[in-house]
Structure formats: C-alpha cells, structure tokens
Design a protein around this ligand. Structure first.
Ligand code: DHE
Length: 684
C-alpha cells in the first residue's frame, strides 16, 4: 500500500501535463489522420477562438486568453508550452512525440499515448479526455489550437483571443421515451448530488446554459469516467453502459423536467400500520440482547438486515424503501426508523419475536433523513412520540406520529438563500438530529444554507428559528457533550457549529475540500483536548476541530490537526470513547485499491495514519460501527448486486489488536450500520 502511494506521488511530481486531456472516450469516433503539410501561418485570433469553442476545450480546461475557458476537470493549460517541453524530457513520458507541437497534437488526437497526472483535485482519470473531440475539428483548426497552446504562457499575455458569439446553443434531440428513461436514471443516480432541478449542490449545476457548451462527447466522458473531485465513474463501475452515458449527456442538455408535488392525502394513501401499538408486546419476545442489534442497510436489495451483535446472525431482513439510506433509533432504542431514497419511511419493532416492520408510509419521492423526538425533561416526555422525515423532493419535511408513522404536518423548505436572499425552488433537507436539551430538531436546509431549529412541543404549529450558516449543508454529528452539532457545508469547504443549548450558530470552520463526516468522531487529543473529526471527499486528509470552548478556548472551533490519508474520497470516520483508534474509509477514491482500504490513526499520536489495509479483494470499504461494548468494529464491503460471491459482506475487527474476528458473507451491498445502543447514546 505504502509503495503504491509513493509511486502515485512520484508520478505526480514528475509528470504534470496535458494528460487529463488524453484518454480514450467511451465511444471514440475515428480521428482523421493529420494532413501531411499542416498550415502553420500566423494565428488569426477570431479563427483560433472559434476553433477552441468548437472543440469545447474550455469546458474542461483553464486556457488563458481563450474566452470562457475556465473548466476544472482536466489540467490547467496555462503553461502548456513549458509543461510539454518538461514532460518530453522526463523519463515518465510514454508517448511518441519529439517536439512541443507534436506532444500537444498527440494529447488531443491520441489521448492514450501518455496520461499526465495534474488534474485539479488529484490524478487525471483514465478516459476523461474524449479522443472524439479531435474529430470535431478540421485539420486546420486542430493545427491552430496546437500552435496556440504551444505558445503558452507567453502567447495569451501577448494577444488574448476575442470572444466568439456563435455559440452552438441547441440541445441534441431526444425522443420522449429516451427522455423518460434518462429522467429515471437521473433520479436514481444523479439527483442526490446535482439536485432534482439540476441547480447544483454537492455536484455542480447541470442546467442547459452550463451543459450545452460542453457538448455531448465531453459530458459523456465525464459521466463514464468520473472526476477526481468525487463524481463517480458510472461507466467504469458498470452501472451505466456507454449508450446510457451518451443518453444522459444528451438529457442533461435539455431543460430539467418539473417533478410532481405531494400532498398529505397522497401520503396517507401509502400509510400502512401492520401491527397497531396496542397489539405490540410490552416486553422483548426473544432472549437476544436487542440493544446490541445492528440495523444494516442492504442498499440495492431495498432491505435492512437486523443483525445480532453477539452472534453475528442475521435475525431478519426487512423490506424497506428503494436504496435505503439511513436508520436512526427511537429514544428508547426499541424502534428503528428507516428512510429509503424513494421517501418511504419504515418503523421496525425490535421487541417482536422476529423483529419486523410495524408501519410504513411514503412522505416524498426522494429523501435522505429521518429522526425521532428524543427530549425528556421539564417541557415534557417526548420519547418515541414523533418522527420527522427530511425530503429532497418535494423540498419539505414531514412530522409523523412516532409509533404509527401517521403523517400529519408538512413544512415546505422553499425559501431564500441565507446570504443573497434569493428565492430557491429546491432547498433540500439534509441531516436532521434531535436535541437533548430542548424539544427541538436541528434541520439542515442544504441549498439555502439555513439551519432550522424546529420546536415540536406543538407540532401542528412548530416554532422555527432559522440560523444563517453556509450553503450545501449535508451531514454531521454531535460533539462528545451533545451540546454542539457540527455539520458539513460540503461544497463551501466549511463545518458549521450549532450551539443547541443557546440556539445559535457558534462558529464556521474552514476545512479542506468537501468535508464529509458522516456523524464525525469525538476523541481527546493529547495536546488539544476534546476534538471532533471529519475526512474529505475532495482532499486526502482527516482533520480534528477543537470542541471545548470552556476547557481549551485556544483550540475551540479551529482545525488543530490535519492528518494525511492515502487518498481523497473518504465518506466516514468513527471511533468509540474506549478505543485507541480513529477509523477512516475512502470508498469514493478513484483508485480501486484505495477504495477498499481503511486506515486507523492512533489517538495517542494523531499525526499520521498508523496502519492502512485492504478489507477485501473487491468492492469498496465503507462506514464503520462499534458493537455495544465498544470492543469490535464492523466495516462494510460494498460490492455489486449483480456479481454473485461479490455482492458484499461485513468484516468485523477486534478494536484493540485490529485482528479480523469474523465475516458476515453474502450480504447485498451493505453500506450503513447502526448499533442500537451506540445510536441512541450518540456514541461516535
Ligand atoms: Fe448519504 C448520511 C445524503 C450518497 C450512505 N447521506 C447522509 C445524510 C445525508 C445524505 C443528507 C445525513 C442524514 C442524517 O444524518 O440525517 N448521501 C446523501 C446524498 O445526497 C448523496 C451524496 C447522493 C445520493 O444520491 O444520495 C449520498 N450516502 C451516499 C452513498 O452513496 C452512500 C455511501 C451509500 C448509499 O446509501 O447510497 C451513502 N449516507 C450514507 C450513510 C449515512 C448517510 C451510511 C449515515 C452515516 C451515519 O453514520 O450516520
């Protein structure tokens, strides 16, 4: 593993160049061979600018002097001439070019000849640069592009090219049936990051003004190959075929369709109570330690497995929503609340002889979060009384009866952005947590950057305090005292801190690119005291933020540690108060070895990873959970539902020695795991 990382760094160091530009496209079209004698006369600025526009180069590259060339998918070409010269002299170069123009021409027409590494956000992806783009240019245009790039950086400063007005603005044609198929794929795979209306959030906006100038070939290449900044490589993963990536590239150039709304009456039509509260047992009907049960998401099976933490037996597999997202426990832990991506909420009773669902309801078409009411104190006992579902589409949250899931109150989150006060039609509900200090839910509204403190004392007339935080709020967790909630504003590279006791924003902390904590991890740093940790999707680092303003005021709400990881693409971290380790995964890294690698960092020496290893020889290692005692760590191997023997499993490690204890094999795409006791107690 270490050797591999070293190699990557070495290649990075010697070979910054045009390579992100240089890879096979999903469906390369034949590139015309260069003419024997290409014209090499003086550059006509207008014609050169038009050539760059025709080749859609600026969609992926920064090219000084070229109007609108500000793309950040391929390498920055600002110093292309210099970089080409240096690369030709380096031993890392694998192409056939002998001079700078030859190198650049090769990079465009034969992208596989040599792939450099300097894409924004990390190593350039294989196949990112579509060879078919060269086919868009005539030989003369290609030569003009080559000449211009070969002259950088000097040429741009000397003579910036004029803006070209003739934009090929029309989206490609799409039949109604193709449009319908693409809409469904978009909902299943893309809406989570880009928004149903494609206005952008974790991923960039994909409205026609942005996508049409990129063109079908460039878009298809990105969808097929992913980007180092976290866009999954849907084609390479085998999730989308080449035909489907091209279909999606065409779909993205059309106006986004407006999805339907949902009323309370429509929700109630889907509401089912399988076992009424009065018919449920008054004590557990089995002898298992139900507080050590794990609710395990079997993502592509649309099920949650209830697994016994003592015996590792799968006690039941409960049918829940499509692509189940998370589970949360009721205040007592007896009930598991599950939310599917399709907005279906399910409640599972762990006291039944065979734990099973007792009610379900669909509260929207697209959802990610669910929580229960947890407050018990002078203002009342709300344990297991209400539940809340946070929706992506329609953008609203719904309050439900805690024991039956009967929905009774919908609150729209359509509102105004916290900073510019502009109306946003799709502010989606991201994470929700229940405060222990007040009868309140903390509801994170992604696109407007507002954190809503929703008081549920009178849930039909909920009090809502709107805190101004930062845009693209996503996931987060409590500090060790349960007073402060830390939530990633992922695309703003910040973590917002809410003081749940005083009901105010305590801080906004700058982080590396795209923090993604899950619920984070709390531990005591030997130098800085209590800290909370996140890793990042867009940066190979794990940071610790001081969380103790009283005891350690100098480190409070500051990044006090930044520990290097083998790669970016991390989704989750975890620890336990009794553990010597902080665990971190990298499932969205583009390297398939790093994808299945987990690392531990020693709390006693939080300056480096102590150990990294591959959890399996396939799939992605994702998400951690401790058993009730805090002695074992469960890691999911997220496989492929269509690959028998490699659909996924859970690997269990001894937390002290890091030795493997057991495997629970043949699970279908396990992802999140939630231990009853730890989830109720917010232990992470
Ligand atoms: Fe998640 C938490 C949204 C992709 C597994 N995910 C969350 C939360 C949100 C969210 C808002 C916080 C819920 C809370 O605490 O109330 N997730 C999204 C997306 O929008 C995104 C980026 C894209 C999408 O289309 O859904 C996305 N998430 C994923 C995955 O691809 C994962 C790895 C597998 C899957 O289910 O598709 C995944 N998300 C999880 C898990 C948690 C989660 C396991 C809970 C972590 C925890 O420990 O609490």
């Amino acid at each position: 593993m270490k050797n591999r990382v070293f190699l990557i760094l070495l290649v990075l160091a010697v070979a910054f160049g045009l390579a992100g530009c240089k890879r096979s496209a999903p469906t390369p079209t034949p590139v015309p061979p260069p003419a024997a004698s290409a014209p090499a006369g003086p550059l006509d600025a207008q014609v050169v600018a038009a050539a760059f526009q025709k080749g859609t180069c600026g969609a992926c590259h920064v090219i000084p002097g070229v109007p609108n060339a500000v793309g950040t998918i391929g390498p920055d070409l600002s110093r292309m001439g210099e970089v080409a010269r240096a690369t030709l002299q380096s031993s890392a170069y694998t192409g056939k070019a002998k001079d700078v123009p030859g190198y650049i021409r090769e990079a465009i027409v034969e992208p596989d000849a040599y792939v450099a590494t300097g894409c924004p956000g990390g190593v350039c992806q294989k196949g990112l640069m579509p060879a078919s783009l060269a086919g868009l240019l005539t030989e003369q245009e290609l030569e003009l592009v080559v000449q211009y790039l070969a002259g950088l950086p000097d040429k741009a400063a000397a003579a910036p090219l004029p803006a070209v007005t003739a934009v090929p603005a029309a989206a490609p044609a799409l039949s109604d049936s193709d449009f319908a198929v693409a809409s469904q794929i978009f909902f299943d795979r893309c809406a989570g990051c880009h928004g149903t209306l494609r206005k952008g959030a974790t991923g960039p906006a994909l409205t026609p003004d942005k996508t049409v100038p990129k063109g079908t070939a460039a878009l298809a290449a990105i969808i097929f190959n992913g980007t180092p900044r976290g866009m999954p490589d849907w084609g390479k993963q085998g999730v989308l075929t080449q035909e489907q990536t091209e279909l999606m590239a065409k779909f993205l150039q059309q106006e986004p369709p407006a999805p339907p709304e949902m009323s309370l009456a429509q929700m109630k039509e889907t509401w089912k109570v399988f076992l009424a509260p009065e018919k449920r047992p008054t004590a557990p009907q089995h002898n298992r330690d139900w507080q050590d049960f794990f609710a395990v998401t079997l993502r592509d099976a649309g099920q949650v497995a209830i697994v016994d933490g003592d015996t590792f037996e799968v006690v039941n597999k409960v049918e829940t929503g499509y692509a189940v997202h998370i589970s949360r426990m009721s205040a007592t832990g007896r009930y598991v609340y599950v939310i599917g991506r399709d907005g279906r909420a399910t409640i599972i009773d762990l006291w039944l002889a065979v734990p099973d669902k007792v009610a379900e309801v669909k509260t929207c078409y697209d959802a990610r979060s669910i929580e229960s009411s947890k407050y018990k104190g002078p203002e009342g006992d709300f344990s297991d009384k209400y539940a809340i579902v946070g929706c992506y589409w329609p953008p609203h949250f719904v309050i439900l009866e805690g024991l039956t899931l009967e929905p009774f109150k919908i609150v729209s989150t359509r509102s105004y952005t916290y900073d510019t006060e502009e109306y946003h039609p799709e502010p989606r509900v991201a994470s929700i947590v229940a405060s222990h200090f007040k009868p309140e839910w903390i509801v994170n509204v992604k696109e407007t950057g507002q954190i809503w403190l929703v008081n549920y004392t009178d849930p039909n007339a909920p009090g809502i305090k709107m805190l101004e935080a930062e845009r693209y709020l996503h996931d987060g967790g409590w500090d060790s005292t349960g007073r402060y909630f830390l939530v990633a504003a992922n695309n703003a590279n910040k973590v917002a801190v809410v003081d749940a006791l005083e009901g105010r924003l305590a801080a906004l902390v700058e982080t590396p690119k795209i923090p993604h904590p899950g619920r984070g991890a709390n531990w005591i740093d030997p130098q800085f005291g209590p800290v909370w940790t996140t890793a990042h999707l867009g940066d190979p680092s794990l940071i610790a933020i001081g969380t103790d303003p009283q005891g350690h005021p100098d480190s409070a709400w500051k990044v006090v540690r930044n520990i290097q990881l083998p790669g970016a693409g991390s989704l989750f971290v975890k620890t336990h108060p009794d553990s010597p380790w902080i665990w971190v995964d990298h499932p969205l890294n583009s390297d398939e070895v790093i994808q299945r690698t987990v690392c531990v960092i020693a709390k006693a020496n939080p300056t480096k990873t102590e150990k990294c290893w591959e959890v399996a020889d396939y799939g992605r290692a994702v998400h951690f959970e401790y058993n009730r005692e805090g002695t074992q760590v469960w890691v999911s191997v997220w496989g492929r539902a269509d690959q028998p023997g490699k659909t996924g499993e859970i690997v269990i490690y001894d937390d002290k020695t890091l030795a493997e204890v057991a495997r629970i094999p043949n699970l279908v795409t396990p992802t999140g795991k939630f231990n009853v006791y730890n989830t109720v107690k917010d232990l992470y």
